[in-house]
Write a protein that binds this ligand. Structure first.
Ligand code: CA
Length: 362
């Protein structure tokens, strides 16, 4: 064997040894890798399109990304805990994660409301910019830390609809005495305008509208509204959804459970959440457009735009309401100040970009 052959052989043997060592280390590491079995609860009915199916897709993606090292069993609202029991279940650690919306927890945590949507707040694009590149997610983590929760944006409904009405809204005076089902800050705003606000469970809205117990209700957007059948019992479908311009859904993870994960599994969760956040918005856009066509062509609904005077009036009352709600505690003030400052900067940009372009694109 000449020197060159020796060198060649040595290199091959050396290479083989290195390869064997790597394989050995890999299989040893794989054998000792811990497997995690998690449970996830949601606020959505079983099979609820886009929201529950989105949560299930997230769980599947985490399983794929971790090659089965972290698997998540998903339970719809009511299957393990009630729809609005998600926050407590994850906070206490009885389950490891949940999918819901932060504004449901306003009673426990005032500052949580800004992380879903506020009246005349930012749209989905703005919310995502605030979360990922502004202080949005940092502030959300700070707010939820006291509840042992780690939040992640995990979906967006896109702008919602103004709602289904049996009375026409021509001026702010038309809200006086109007009986409407509208939760959250939007409800507070209309309350200030003189409306009688009721909170009804989803299953009671249709019959209440049919029997005149309420004059109006908001829900989500065309895709979910058509399934509720409101077009059969309401005369007018109003737009835009000034009260929920870009509602973000949340993934919440028990802090201890999240911190117990190795860094690659944490990354898998964060990646799958970001994917869900983006894909759910896309799905909403596509399904809402399809359902709106169905409502207009097949159901012959009457679509009405809130007059400018009404939107201006609602905007003024929304500003006052949000100032009131933000003044309740230090953390809410801090979140609102940051939200408003980010929105202001974004508005200066949006004014000369999307706002102008939309008028000519459509
Ligand atoms: Ca809504």
């Amino acid at each position: 064997m000449n020197r060159r052959d020796l060198l060649k052989k040595g290199a091959v043997i050396g290479g083989a040894v290195v390869a064997a060592k790597v394989a050995g280390a890999g299989s040893k590491a794989f054998a000792t890798q811990k497997k995690y079995r998690w449970r996830m609860v949601t606020s959505w009915p079983p099979g609820f399109p886009i929201l529950q199916t989105g949560a299930e897709r997230f769980a599947k993606r985490v399983g794929e990304l971790t090659q089965g090292r972290l698997t998540i069993q998903v339970y719809a609202g009511g299957e393990l805990v009630p729809p609005l029991g998600v926050f407590d279940a994850v906070s206490s650690g009885s389950v490891q994660c949940g999918h819901s919306a932060s504004y449901y927890w306003a009673g426990k945590c005032n500052a949580a409301q800004w992380f879903t949507s506020i009246p005349f707040g930012m749209d989905a694009q703005g919310m995502n910019a605030w979360f990922y590149y502004g202080n949005g997610l940092k502030l959300w983590e700070e707010v939820y830390k006291q509840f042992n929760l780690v939040p992640r944006p995990a979906g967006n409904t896109s702008i919602q609809m103004g709602g289904w009405f049996n009375k026409k809204i021509n001026s702010m005076a038309d809200f006086k005495g109007l009986k409407m089902r509208i939760p959250g800050l939007g409800g507070k705003v209309l309350g200030k305008a003189g409306a009688a606000i009721t909170l009804l469970p989803a299953g009671e809205i249709y019959t209440s509208l049919e029997r005149g117990v309420i004059d109006a209700t908001e829900w989500v957007g065309p895709c979910h509204d058509i399934r509720m059948g409101f077009y059969k019992v309401a005369k007018y479908y109003y737009y835009p959804g000034w009260h929920e311009p870009g509602s973000t859904l949340e993934l919440i993870i028990n802090k201890k459970a999240y911190e117990s994960l190795p860094s690659d599994l944490k990354a898998a969760i964060d990646t799958a959440a970001a994917e869900l956040n983006s894909k759910m918005l896309s799905e909403f856009e596509k399904e809402n457009a399809k359902a709106l066509t169905g409502l207009l062509k097949d159901k012959k609904i009457k679509l009405l735009r809130f007059p400018d005077e009404v939107l201006k009036g609602l905007k003024k009352l929304s500003y006052e309401t949000i100032q009131d709600v933000a003044s309740k505690d230090k953390l809410s003030r801090k979140v609102n100040d940051d939200f408003q400052a980010f929105k202001k900067k974004l508005s200066d940009w949006n004014k000369i970009s999307e706002k102008v372009y939309y008028d000519f694109m459509i």
